[in-house]
Structure formats: C-alpha cells, structure tokens
Design a protein around this ligand. Sequence first.
Ligand code: 3EB
Length: 335
Amino acid sequence: MEHPDLHLELLTTPEPSWEGALGAALFSGEAHSAPTAPLACPADLPLARVSMPLLDGHAAAIECWRIAGRTRTGSHGAIRYAHSDEFLFGSLHLSEEAPAAGHTGLERATERAYREMHATLEASGFAQLLRVWNYLPDINLESRGTERYRQFNSARQEALLACGRDIRGNVPAASALGSTAGPLSIYFLAGRTAPAFIENPRQVSAYHYPAQYGPRAPSFSRAALVRHRGATLFISGTSSILGHRTLHEGDPAAQTRETLTNIEALIGEANRLKVGTFRLDSLAYKVYVRHPEDLPLIRAEIDSAVGTRAPRVYLRADVCRHDLSMEIEAVGQRA
Ligand code: 3EB
C-alpha cells in the first residue's frame, strides 16, 4: 500500500527503521531514566519516553511518526521538535517541582508544558495543535485534596486561556493516561491549518462535562480529521462513557464493547466528511488496560470487533476515571 505523506507506524520490534522519522514515542516498563533509547535513533529526533509496560509480552513499543520530504529539528524551552513543511512533532518531559503560589507541582509542570508548547507553535508558524498525548504518573492519586488528573485539567485549561487559545471547540484530539513513573511526558502533532474537529453524538463533549468530573473540564476534542495529500483521523482516548456517565463499571468486556461502539460512532462522523472511508478494521490502536488480569477479556472483544489485521498494542495504564477499566485511542490513515 502506498503510504500517505504523514504516516504512523506502531511497532513492537526492538528497532524500527528511522528513515523519514519526524518523531516517536517509546513505551516500556523501564524507568524513564533507563538507557532504553533505541540504538540507531538519530540524536536530534524528538523522542518521548513513557514508563508504561506492555501487556502482550513485548519489551517495548515504538510509535513512530514518519513524513515525506525534508525535516528540520530544533528546541524551544523544554520542547524538542522536528517539522516538515506541513507538520510539526514535539515532545517534552518536565519533572514536578515543589508546590508554589497555591499550585501543586503537577499544576506548575502542566502549565509550563502547555505554555511552552504554544510558544513553540507561535514561533514556528504551526499554529494549529492537532493531537496531544499526555502521560503523568499517579493520575488517580489525590494530593492537596484534588485528584491529579483534575489538577492536570485545571492547569491545561488555565494555560490555554493564558495563551489566548480556545478551551472548547477548537481543541486538539488528546489522550491523558497514568504512567508508571517519571516526569510529565507530552508529545504532540501540530499543523498550519485547522483540522475538522469531530464530536461523538453519543457523548457530551468532554469540554462540556459537568463539574462533578472536576472544576475545569478537559479541553480536548473526540477526534480530529486532517487532510494532507492523504488524510489522518486522530481518535482521542475513548472509553465506556455514554452522555457523560461511565457505563458497565466492573465489567471490562462490556466496557470494551461500549468503547468500540463509541469509536464506530466517531468513524461514522468522520466518514460523513467524505475525506475518505475509515473502518474499524483498518485503524491502528493503542489499548490501555488498568488491570493486567482483564487483558484476555478485553483482547477477545477487540479481536472479534476489529479482526486481526489492524496494528495494536496493549499497555498497562491507569485511566482517568476510577470506574473505567480500559481506554482505546486510534489513528486512521488514507493515502
Ligand atoms: C473521557 O472520555 C476519557 O483529558 O485529555 C480521554 C481522552 C480522556 C483525553 C484528556 C481524557 C482525555 O473523558 C478520558
């Protein structure tokens, strides 16, 4: 198959080809500081390292974003980036510092991360954030009376407002998951023009969630569809939520079916835009599983709905609501 000009490869082989790589993320059970850099990875490639074990026996997974044509690399504050004419990939790792001025260490790191991301985008002419992946340790832990995921949401929203960005509507597709250890790790893709943002008709938009899920709603879109010479559909972290409520608590198989129904709804919305026909059996998937013992049930549901052809990796991660056992994100690609 001919590859589109922006192209994702999701690999569990130890060493991909770095030819044409724009940026990458490395997931493994090893500590963030461990020397797990892929052997031949170019020194200036933006590489996010996330402490997150794989559940299917592989030592590591690499999410490699490739691009046709020339790329340039650079850095801005804590951010390392690479860009082509059309797309920019950036990554950053920020350790949490001491609380200050009424903000927790995580809130300070999140606010700084999002301010530096937007400063990078403004300086480089890639005004449009398309897709953001957020990983933070102890995502469900409370500190100073507030769950850390909620702290993250507050700081993300404050930073967006401080940067003059929208907090609803024109907000990127995203995922936010609990890593095993390490700093706040974020990587992102940006472009020069706005994508089509897609919401799920079965769900309340996350940016309209009521206050019971936290004082500041999560600023992300359910999906973003980007046209280039091909097209890329970024499906955000998706879970067993109908309206704004969790369904099937304690039943990971039913939660997986509900999640896949949500993904199908997003595919349906995307296909109405007539950019390409995306299908459940031809996306690439990252599946986050809270309890490793649930993997066989979750995998069986995915195999039966998705088939065996689509690339997928299973990662052990905390999901951002206590009553969710799993979450799935996906990428669709059209040449
Ligand atoms: C949900 O649907 C599940 O805070 O950026 C999914 C994707 C979730 C992204 C984020 C959160 C985020 O609300 C949680």
